[in-house]
Design a protein around this ligand. Structure first.
Ligand code: ADP
Ligand code: MG
Length: 421
């Protein structure tokens, strides 16, 4: 179908049941359907998937979607199947499939039934798959979580670096990159590595006006300070992030002893316990999860009222992602982080075993964290500037929602008049 023949709102309603597009979705969808390389930067929850799913459904051919996690791909395939009466509408191609399953996938693709084919980047390097896909009409290739291509991103995957050369083998297909990482450096890397500097770029605002940002100095009283804070937010849901599993266990215990319902969550717990603790939090059997960064991927509890960082994270992207789990419903979200330079040194020490190039990037990211923690300017302005976004700290949405703006640190000024000699 040509764009002029497509009623996008009708298709949106028909496939997804939504009445309107969210944010920039319509512009993005139009760009993709018109056959342009397209680059989409939207915060988590912004609705990036639909940006390629809808075009895939209305365009001729199969859309290849590259995604880094099998769990994410499976979720999406299930979601697409629930929208259609044909199970073959979407498939995953990866190493876990049996021969019979692969045959079925190929059959559905060849017959034109399949509109979306999800692949892990490492599967795309398999000669057999590439050879097969070369003979198939493709609508476009979408690269989800495209920041994985950049060493400056929070989740670098070397396999992503091979994507461009593979896509080139597949012929002249439009490429769509999508990410929630907003730093200009990562964006530049993505465009360069995917050889799509000509792409139509769509960037949504990363401002979260309902989040209150606060940094407190980390003293030896940090635990009692956290307890006081939680008591002031009695019955509300919150997440506390710690750097180590040991600290997670420790804090969870301290909270429990103090009558706060809390559970630990980290990768050292077995899968069953982790799932149980996560469910307890989602079902509101407990108020607080104390967690390492293992907690959060795909967690969508809308009414998380606070996110506390017991330890400062290793980059402002991590900080933004983690604090971003507060206030998804648009209600209050208090983001409190404890900061001590000692913790920065600890993070630096962790990196000392890594390759030099990686260390340099790690240090640079940490310096931004230090600057953010120590700034006396609007934290929102600082964060958004880091993401390449202008913010007016007087009139912008949420301008008064941080400690520095509410309680400006007194400028040191000469009090006495200088008397001319
Ligand atoms: P992202 O990948 O940007 O983090 P998702 O694609 O997972 O976001 O979408 C987040 C949520 O928004 C999903 O629950 C999705 O169903 C919903 N959503 C997407 N587009 C729309 C829309 N136009 N109207 C209402 N809800 C939408
Ligand atoms: Mg997504």
């Amino acid at each position: 179908m040509k764009l002029t023949e497509i009623d996008l709102h009708k298709e949106l309603k028909k496939y997804f049941g939504f009445n309107k597009f969210k944010g920039l979705q319509e512009d993005v969808v139009t760009s993709i359907i018109s056959g342009n390389n397209t680059f989409v930067i939207m915060p988590t929850g912004g609705g990036k998937s639909l940006c390629y799913q809808l075009p895939a459904l209305v365009l001729e051919g199969v859309a290849i979607v590259v995604s880094p996690l099998i769990a994410l791909m499976k979720n999406q395939v299930d979601a697409m199947r629930s929208l259609s009466s044909e199970a073959g509408i979407a498939h995953v191609l990866n190493s876990s499939l049996t021969k019979t399953e692969v045959t079925q996938v190929k059959k559905d693709i060849t017959s034109g039934l399949t509109k979306l084919l999800y692949v892990a980047p490492e599967s795309l390097t398999k000669e057999e798959y590439v050879a097969f896909l070369k003979g198939v009409p493709l609508s476009f290739v979408a690269i989800d979580e495209a920041h994985c291509i950049s060493e400056w991103g929070h989740d670098f995957r070397p396999e992503y670096r091979n994507l461009r050369s593979i896509i080139q083998q597949l012929g002249d297909v439009p490429v769509i990159g999508l990410t929630a990482t907003a730093t200009p450096k990562v964006q530049e890397d993505i465009l360069k590595n995917l050889d799509m500097t000509d792409a139509n770029t769509f960037k949504a605002s990363f401002n979260r006006p309902n989040l209150y940002y606060e940094i407190r100095p980390k003293t030896k009283n940090v635990e009692s300070d956290i307890i006081r804070f939680i008591r002031q937010h009695k019955g509300k849901s919150g997440v506390i992030y710690c750097l180590s599993r040991k600290k997670v266990e420790e804090i969870a215990q301290v909270l429990q002893v103090n009558g706060i319902s809390a559970v630990p969550y980290h990768a050292g717990l077995d899968a069953k316990t982790r799932a149980r603790h996560q469910d307890m939090f989602l079902m509101e059997d407990v108020d607080v999860v104390v967690a390492t960064i293992a907690f959060g991927m795909g967690i969508d509890k809308p009414d998380v009222r606070f996110v506390i960082h017991h330890d400062i994270p290793k980059s402002l992207e991590s900080y933004y992602q983690e604090t971003g789990r507060a206030g998804r419903d648009g209600g209050e979200g208090h983001c409190l982080a404890y900061y001590a330079y000692k913790d920065i040194e600890k993070l630096e020490k962790f990196m000392s075993g890594k390759p030099v190039a990686e260390q340099e990037i790690g240090f640079a990211l940490l310096q931004e964290v230090v600057a953010y923690a120590e700034t006396s300017m609007s934290r929102r302005k600082f964060l958004l500037h880091y993401f390449g976004e202008e913010f007016d700290d007087e009139t912008g949405e949420g301008a008064d929602m941080d400690d520095n703006v509410r309680n400006p640190k007194k400028k040191i000024e000469a009090k006495e008049q200088v008397v001319p000699l």
